[in-house]
Design a protein around this ligand. Structure first.
Ligand SMILES: Cc1cc2nc3c(=O)[nH]c(=O)nc-3n(C[C@H](O)[C@H](O)[C@H](O)COP(=O)(O)OP(=O)(O)OC[C@H]3O[C@@H](n4cnc5c(N)ncnc54)[C@H](O)[C@@H]3O)c2cc1C
Length: 374
């Protein structure tokens, strides 16, 4: 088996698919516009559902360096705190380290990674042509793993890109020895919520999502942190004691949670390119990795003639929907609750006498552990 697969985007989804397909014997080329390693705006909490699968792809040594997380602490704007064990748990790891580890491993096992920005692609009678710089790459299969918002979305006239989206993401790493390594904390503030968790380097990742409507009334991230985030006593305590490691925080705008399609002709969309779950669920990375597995397995079926090329995108769509549709739905509901101060307080009041409910709610946005690569 030596069919060629081109993957646009070398983030979690693209690199995972590249490793999986390369282990299956495909010739894989990833085209990624950025260098490695790089920090990315992300909560950096990964659900354990992908641990067995990632280990089986050859990342077992890397995963041992990450921080095990088994407890969720949740607070409302007034600082009322609720704590619960996470049913499946997860691990804390920076995107700086994780994307880099996948990149290095992919290269070691023979994946070709080209640093270039893809300008467009087209389908041909025998597959696809992908264009970047002055080059054109022919491949039988094409995977679109270019993340939540890309120049290619405009080229494809995807409907979500026409709509202005009102979310901003901000992230920085801090030092604070006393921060418990086994916790992921989610603290509500006016207009958004902020996640705190430890990474493999022992730095604490502080990442928040805020509505642009609320944020625009403040002069800067610093001003916003002082006047809004610090109104939550837990965040105030954190900023009081922690020292920032970053010169300045990273920020991204135009984060969209709109529904998206997950294929374009027979080019399959992976990870955030196919749909972004609300970050409070801590599940986007697991979904990106899981979607890579689904796509890689579907491509193998076509290459073995067990599935026709003309059925590929329908087959992938069905697998994608059955794996993710439900959790995206619950993610939307939880986001609505968490952004409504009254509903969050009501929810936390309900949870106080019924603590067993929170793990059940968390389970709604998480999947089952994904089987190992074989
Ligand atoms: C504020 C915030 C917090 C989050 N917190 C968490 C969390 O705690 N836990 C969790 O599991 N998930 C979280 N997520 C979600 C998670 O970050 C994403 O789901 C995950 O990064 C998706 O991976 P991906 O591979 O699809 O995209 P990405 O990691 O974004 O990779 C896409 C890659 O494509 C490249 N690319 C784009 N266009 C082109 C082009 N034209 N040519 C070449 N390359 C291109 C980009 O450079 C990028 O490297 C959070 C998201 C946000 C916004």
């Amino acid at each position: 088996m030596n069919s060629k697969v081109c993957i646009i985007g070398g983030g979690l989804a693209g690199l995972t698919a590249a490793i999986h397909l390369s282990l299956d014997g495909f010739e894989v080329v990833v085209v990624e516009k950025n260098e490695y390693p790089q920090h990315k705006v992300c909560g950096e909490y990964v659900s354990n559902e992908v641990k067995t699968y990632l280990s089986s792809l050859g990342l077992i040594k890397f995963l041992k360096q990450t921080q095990d997380i088994n407890t969720l602490k949740l607070s409302n704007v007034n600082g009322q705190l609720f704590s619960a064990q996470l049913p499946l748990g997860g691990f804390g790891v920076s995107r700086f380290a994780m994307d880099h580890a996948l990149f290095k491993h992919a290269k070691e096992i023979g994946v070709k990674v080209i640093k270039a920005k893809v300008t467009h692609f087209e389908s041909t009678h025998s597959g696809f042509k992908t264009y970047f710089m002055d080059s054109c790459l022919n491949s039988k299969f094409l995977l679109l793993a270019y993340g939540k918002r890309s120049n290619l979305d405009k080229k494809l006239h995807r409907s979500f890109i026409q709509k202005k989206s009102q979310w901003i993401g901000v992230k920085a790493h801090y030092n604070l020895d006393e921060f418990p390594a086994n916790e992921v904390q989610l603290h509500n503030f006016d207009g958004g919520y902020c996640g705190l968790s430890k990474t493999e380097s022992h730095a604490i990742n502080c990442c928040y999502l805020v509505s642009a409507e609320v944020f625009k009334h403040y002069k800067s991230i610093d001003d916003f942190n002082k006047k809004v985030l610090r109104n939550n006593q837990h965040l105030n305590h954190f900023f009081e004691k922690a020292n920032s490691i970053f010169e300045s925080p990273l920020a991204i705008a135009q984060v969209s949670f709109a529904k998206k399609s997950n294929s374009n002709s027979n080019a399959l969309m992976l990870g955030d390119a196919a749909g972004l779950i609300h970050p409070l669920c801590g599940n986007g990375m697991a979904m990106a990795i899981h979607s890579a597995k689904i796509a890689a397995e579907a491509i193998k079926l076509v290459d073995q003639n067990s599935l026709q090329m003309s059925q590929l995108s329908t087959y992938y769509k069905q697998q994608w929907q059955s794996s993710f549709k439900k959790r995206l739905f619950y993610g939307r509901i939880f986001q609505k609750i968490l952004l409504n101060q009254r509903l969050t307080s009501l929810g936390l009041n309900l949870l106080q006498p019924l603590p067993f409910l929170l793990p059940k709610l968390v389970r709604l946005t998480h999947g089952q552990p994904i089987p190992a690569y074989d």
